[in-house]
Design a protein around this ligand. Sequence first.
Ligand SMILES: [Fe+2]
Ligand SMILES: [Fe+2]
Length: 158
Amino acid sequence: MNAIDLLKADHEKVKAILTQLSESTERGVKKRTELLDKLEMEVSIHTQLEEQILYPAFKAAGGKDEAEMYYEAKEEHRTVDSLVLPDLKATDPTSPEFAGRVKVVKELLEHHIEEEETEMFPKAKKLLGKAELEKLGEQMLAMKSSLKKSYVSQKVAA
Ligand SMILES: [Fe+2]
Ligand SMILES: [Fe+2]
């Protein structure tokens, strides 16, 4: 599995969840909560795959421009994971604020995904080459399944 293809497939999944979430209403509390849990899990696992596997390889293979891109993307991850998503999780799903916050999360993530797919990933393809991307993709698959397992067991324990 090519690392970039794997990450792009995750992006499609995340975008679909965001669309569903933005179409949900205050009356669909259960649906909202489920979608939010799903979004949090997908984003958290995806971010870890990028930050631990693709991003460091990209930075190491590149120069100054790539380093700048690396730090900007990491900052966007931090904004979503540590600030915006926890905030949304703490918001009452029956409140009018909820939809507004979903909109902001959606915009931030779509912007971030767009930058990765149009700027970072094409550069990573050139810098790393097919064989290396395949190798990184294998590492990602393994990491993904172990993170999913620990996520599920955490859920069961909670
Ligand atoms: Fe990302
Ligand atoms: Fe991504």
